[in-house]
Design a protein around this ligand. Sequence first.
Ligand code: XCC
Ligand code: SF4
Length: 672
Amino acid sequence: MADDKKVKKPKVADPVAASIDVGTQEMLVRAQALNIDTVFDRAVTMKPCNIGLQGICCKNCAMGPCRVPLPKGGIEGEDTRKGLCGATANTIAARNFARMVAAGTSAHSDHGRAVAEVFLSAARKETEAYKIKDVNKLLSIAPLFDVAVTVEEDGEVKDRDIDEIAVEVGKKALSEWGKPEGNLYYLKRAPKPLYEKWKAQGVLPRSIDREVVETMHRTHMGVDQDYKNIVKQCTRTSLADGWGGSMMATDLQDVLFGTPYPLQAESNLGVLKEDHVNIVVHGHEPILSEMIVATAQRKDMIEYAQSKGAKGIQLGGICCTANEIFQRHGVPQAGTYLQQELAIITGALDAMVVDVQCVFQNLANVAKCFHTKLITTHPIAKMEQDNVVHIEFDEHYALEDAEKIVKMAIDNFQNRGADIMIPQYKASAVGGFGVESIQYHLGGTFRGTYYTLNDNIINGRIRGVAGVVGCNNARTRHNEAHITVVKELIKNDVIVLTTGCNGIACAMEGLLTPESAAVYCGPGLAEICETVGIPPVLHLGSCVDNSRILLAATEVVKAGGLGNDLCDLPAAGSAPEWMSEKAIAIGQYFVSSGVYTIFGLTLPTAGAPVFHDYLSKEMENLYGGKWDLEADPVKHAQLMIAHIDKKRAELGIDKARERVMMDMANRQALDA
Ligand code: XCC
Ligand code: SF4
């Protein structure tokens, strides 16, 4: 009889095994005490599907799903695995992979499109809320779209009207999504040899939407059934992301909201304040968050909050929205992707405002247990649960919409329960680096280039450059791989450029401070950080801002002395705890841009070894970059360093580093 059975308590996550962050652990204990399940618990109770994990489950038609598991010991001789239609493991895995790239590209690029649309309406003065803020940035990108910045009048060259330039840039940018001929404008920003490789391989993206559509078509049942040809198209699609949708998102956001410049803020759940109205903005698009920031800082809003008994309004960000408002306004980061449910479980969150991407549907279930208003804002991203409020954000009424949202949060302050617990952990962090500010900090003011950075790479004080980016994943201990990889790199004099949730993880760990250099860095990097006053880990923004990494690397190539192409640089890319399709798109455009790119956890290629080899070996012959996989974070970092050293040797600058090391040893010997 059922009643006789003991009611089994559901299995829950071990908080210490779930995260390295003490605040997160404390919140997890609280969640479990309140019987609220979080992603950490669900990761313990639900195992991932092993066949899907390996990338070899095809559900592209109704004769399937066809699953072609790889036998334990691998396959000797001919691989005869095939689906009902005959699709091989390579075809199935490549199709799945390409669709991930298409989905990731869509996410970044649709975000970019929304920015371009707002940009154009700002340029046309159709909206009060958005303005062309950074004229210098506009003037620097206009020529890339073949937009003139000067006019000739009566034989005299004059500056062209800014609004005119903006409208033309806006129109041309927007047409990048669907223009009928030609290639994307921004591809020419790549070093020439790289551009020529893309051209020779036939992977120059035409328009962004077209590449996504073609990927979907080619991976439909019974179309492209040669994994190499599928990879070719997914390369083209990924380039439409990295050098297209993402790059335009970054640039147009900078023009609208200001190019980031180094500033200081705080990071982790401890930024929430018990006596303030707390609003967390979560998702990706600054079109929304910028307006919330502006509104929450208004005097009348703060007074309204005070009239309701709060001391003020505390804003915080989660996921890439956190990075966006951190880098431009110094708004604190409330946490990473895996902390989104926990922010509500503090009991102190009066509203969580979300737009698109990386938003858990379970937020609605968690919000039901508290007074928190969960507000969706985007027409393409709603939730089925009935406690979710939808306030559609319209750029033409942006300030009114933002005011409605902020007021709703303030009005909700009085509904708080008594049981509040904000973990008292937060770290100070400096963020807001970019192509321009790296130039300012590490380039000579005299030369105004990346000369000083290059010089220090050549002389070996900086061993190389690593981009460490990407998500958290509940299948691995929260932040552990992020932090281990980054610490191992800076210990070995590799300077780290970070974006996305890695950036938040590093901020929470205190790695985004100049002071951390003396604690964690090797002698060469520590010396540079101390001299220049920068952190060893430079926060470059959100995931669309990975385009800043591409452009910074391009500037390094241009400054000279380190080869002619991105693949010549002593550089590597990493996503230690990736989870989203966007990460696969990013990985693919990094690899196709010549960067050795290593992921943690698993790759959805494991079940198709031939296809996997193509990505991890053959790609290098085509573009100079390749995929790699290593779950162990120390080995992961060591593989990056080995690649960096290989590139140093190829450039003939490996000896310089040995000399620097000797200098240090000599100096220490003298000290002793
Ligand atoms: Fe999402 Fe962009 Fe990943 Fe974080 S890092 S989990 S994609 S928020 Ni971009
Ligand atoms: Fe199976 Fe082929 Fe249909 Fe995929 S496309 S589900 S492999 S029959």
